[in-house]
Design a protein. Structure first.
Length: 344
């Protein structure tokens, strides 16, 4: 595990970077940028403003995915989504988890933990299929993960039709209700080599449709996320034993206070709403302006978020894009966010 540089080392790294930069003249006026943010937010001032705002960004994401992937591949993924022909077809499902790997040596893991090789052909770029599914079957945008993560496609072993996607990644560092429920301090949780390495965030638990809505497929994925299959995969890859999973339910308040984690006592415990908030998510053009404004007005913070590297070559600031947005919106006076329901 790479160590975080000392404050003195950080200062030296920043000074070295700054000395190699061409001095730039400010091009973005603060008041003009605030006006652009207000204008973008004003478009979504309605009774369902938060939901409409989020869905607008989802629409932008879908447009990008459709541009990125060939039409034939999009059609292939669409045709592989499980659709029942009869009301009792779900009884014949044999769910399996396919761990997405960079080396394309996929391994299938059955419902009861049995392992077997998964043979693929040129059409079966399962990593791309995961990305396409994640973008097109969820109403929430996918901003990626930071640090360690493992992705799975859930599919029917017999028909090889897709049932959903799962992603587990580094757990969130600051969640007071989780820390209180476990009985630890945030310092114990978040320090380097601390307890957080034994827990993950279920950042994606998304069923395909109609499997999710008609057959409670989201609950199956929520259970599979807690299975030995996922725990063993995490331990094999990162050599840390997995003992806890955390997730948030963004739309609980909007969906009439219901969630796919309801009525799953004994597996998931609802800890209530977070006391923090999610940063406002600007459109990509507006984000680029905010990033440039940060570069011109807060050089050290820009360097820390986007340039500084740890010993292993990874970004020193985890989840740097969202944290940079949070920094900018706070400095500009837009620090309101979205409350989320949290479960462990």
């Amino acid at each position: 595990m790479s160590r975080k540089p000392t404050p003195k080392q950080m200062e030296e790294m920043f000074d070295e970077w700054l000395s190699n930069q061409i001095k730039i003249k400010p091009t973005i006026k603060t008041e003009a940028l605030k006006a652009k943010i207000k204008k973008e937010l004003k478009q979504f001032q309605s009774d369902e403003g938060i939901k409409e705002y989020a869905l607008h960004h989802k629409w932008l994401e879908v447009k990008e995915v459709v541009k990125k992937y060939p039409k034939e591949e999009l059609k292939e993924v669409y045709n592989r989504i499980w659709v029942p022909k009869g009301i009792s077809d779900y009884r014949r499902l044999q769910p399996e988890l396919i761990e997405i790997r960079d080396d394309l040596n996929y391994q299938g893991i059955g419902f009861f933990g049995e392992r077997y090789p998964v043979y693929t052909n040129e059409r079966d770029n399962l990593s791309d299929h995961w990305n396409i599914l994640r973008a097109l079957i969820s109403s929430q945008t996918h901003d990626g993960t930071f640090g360690r993560s493992i992705r799975f496609i859930v599919r029917d072993r017999i028909s090889q039709k897709y049932l959903g996607v799962i992603c587990v990644s580094n757990d969130m560092l600051a969640l007071k209700k989780r820390d209180d429920a476990i009985g630890i301090t945030n310092k114990e949780w978040s320090k380097v080599g601390g307890l957080s390495k034994y827990s993950v965030n279920a950042s994606s638990l998304i069923p395909t449709q109609p499997f999710g809505r008609r057959y409670f497929g989201g609950k199956l994925l929520a259970l599979l996320c807690l299975s030995n299959v996922v725990c063993d995969a995490w331990e094999r890859r990162y050599e840390d034993k997995l003992v806890a999973v955390t997730t948030t339910s963004l739309w609980r308040n909007i969906k009439g206070n219901v969630s796919q984690y309801d009525q799953m006592e004994g597996y998931w415990e609802n800890l209530g709403e977070t006391t923090g908030s999610s940063p406002l998510k600007p459109s990509e053009p507006l984000y680029r302006l905010m990033r440039q404004w940060m570069r011109e007005n807060y050089e050290y913070d820009y360097w820390f978020h986007f340039v500084a590297k740890a010993e292993d070559g990874k970004n020193l600031q985890r989840d740097n894009k969202n944290r940079a947005i949070n920094f900018c919106t706070k400095e500009l006076g837009f620090d309101k966010g979205i409350e989320q329901s949290i479960s462990v």
